[in-house]
Design a protein around this ligand. Sequence first.
Ligand code: ADP
Ligand code: ZN
Ligand code: ZN
Length: 719
Amino acid sequence: MKHCLSVLVHTPAHSQVAKPLSYWSEQPLAPGSLVRVPLGKRELLGVVWDTPDEAQAPNPPEADKIRPLAGVLGGIAPLNAAWRHLMNFSAGYYQRSVGEVALAALPPQLRELSPLQLARRLKRHASAATQAQNSPENATDLVALTPDQTRAIAQFDADTRPCLLFGATGSGKTEVYLQCVQRLLEQSPQAQALVMVPEINLTPQLEARFRGRFAPRYGEQALVAMHSGMTPAQRLQSWLAAHSGLARIVLGTRMAIFASMPTLQLIVVDEEHDPSYKSQDGSRYSARDLAVYRARLEGARVMLGSATPSLESWHHSRPANEGGRYGRLTMASRIGHDQPQDLGPASPSRPRHGLPLVRRVDMTHQPKHCVLAPPLLLAIAERVARGEQSMVFLNRRGYAPVLHCADCDWKSECPHCSAYRVFHKIDRTLRCHHCGYAERVPRACPACGNPDIAPLGRGTERLEEHLGELLADVRSPQGEPVRIARIDADTTRLKGTLASQLAQVHDGTVDVLVGTQMIAKGHDFRRITLVAAVNPDGALFSSDFRAPERLFGLLMQAAGRAGRDAEASGRSEMWLQTAHPKHPLFEALKQHDYPAFAEQQLRERAQAAMPPFSFQALVRAEARTQEVAQGFLSAASTAASAMPETEPWLARVTLYPPVPMSIQRVADVERAQMLVESASRAALQSFLAAWHGALHATRSQAAGRGLIRWAVDVDPLSI
Ligand code: ADP
Ligand code: ZN
Ligand code: ZN
């Protein structure tokens, strides 16, 4: 007897094929089974999908069009119902086809290998599995937890909701994750834990800590990594280990949220506020939000950790009697410092123990055009002389953001983008950071021939040069000249260079480290006693309402780099150069008072009905002309207003007019966007689902002519 199966294949987001396809199979196959199917002239990986109850096996003539499966990937257990549910949800919520979402969630080699090649891999995998040992007696003794840590874990155990672990940098959050994972693995011999970190740069550090703790107990195979820096073969290996249950712990970046883990019981999201949890292309999912969803779906626990939580998570963790849905676990002091006696939320402005002193330099009172204020420079020089390290950061790479002719006002605009090309002195190029277009620096002004064109503003490259000049006479305790290093996307382009540069900082062969936000994140520098933000003001007045939140998080995180060594923390400092020293953001930062900052921001957001008090989606359109891009959006908007008004959610959704994106043109493509907003997430979701067809139809009508691409971004991070 032949069986008719629904099979998902990888379909482009906007293709006509959004649903599973039908195939004949000689044998019944459970949903979640991996198969190979013919599609046109190709043969693809497919996943047997659940068939809706009402769907009957078709009769001729439809039945004659259905082709048989090309093969079954034996040896791999079917993906379970929870995983399939997660794919369906993710596709629906983020407005993508489930075929795209589900197949992209599988390791690429699964798509590429022939059944024979795969069978060989599985054999190797199985032999590795038999070597796995389980020998808790190998384990080294655990550290004694601090009272903060003990309380946080007890609270987590007592709660059943998602929990936000709100702990200063260095307060021992990672140790809490380790403990929670450990207890889980001990309690139930099958249980799996998923631990997520924002960036691959940070995975090696965390992986080393987890490996050190768990490999002696459960064997090397018990922990696998999952991130985009791995080879396809490694990714397949990790995936199989997670899927088979061999791996007890999966440690990965945002993609790991889709890992098949049949016995998942705990999800940890470290640095939960980090923007890199939100995918910025394809299906624009938020791995943090999906973690909360997935935990509920699978009956697993979820812990979100941060020193500067996203305002969404902070708001969710307000007291239950005010509507909070998450637990909040607070750890206020750094390890190695006295615990404050009373941690009640009633004293949020209490200065945090062991955190650096924040000093604001009023740049309006400094010499004109000075890059580094004299007192800051002096403080850096003193540290060099004492053999301590300083970290100076500026969120702009290159030498200068613009090259300028004072005679005719020419500026180094990119011919393909509405942005300036950045001057890179090291190879004397003008490079566009949006489209990559690069040219040699002209000898004279291309417009008027003036040979005297000058850099405007400064980037990290210029700052490094400038510091070298200003600190030329300073000597280390050994009498050596100052050693300055720079870390940004330009210096770390080659694989492995970031790691080696960071190692230099750790070794102490660097006195002053200059860099972009790359250096502010996570790295555990022991000897840094001064951190300086050269020009943080830009984000204070940004049109993006999330800019202050990001800035505060970044500065707190940067401050956290200083004085991680308890012995040095007494004299560690964070310097801010600003023209607005009295700005509430800096006031809160001075107190290391995230709660005060969050309350103030949430008040503003509530007044303006912005997230988390409203829900948003953006429709983005790209075309050769702004007119076409906006025309598509307008037509889509018109289609929305033609929806039957009987739908109760329609009145709760607001569509704003299409506008050009803030960088309107990139690589000769014009970009526009339209905001959709609602006070109700459910209303917004119902609207988007109903509107989806209209967007596709608009695309194929005249209004969509000339459109290059369009996409919906649900819960966008930047507007
Ligand atoms: P966070 O993740 O909050 O930045 P970590 O977990 O990395 O903090 O802890 C900061 C430092 O304190 C680390 O070097 C860690 O090994 C150490 N540490 C953590 N918990 C303890 C503890 N209970 N006793 C002693 N040292 C600890
Ligand atoms: Zn000129
Ligand atoms: Zn460009």
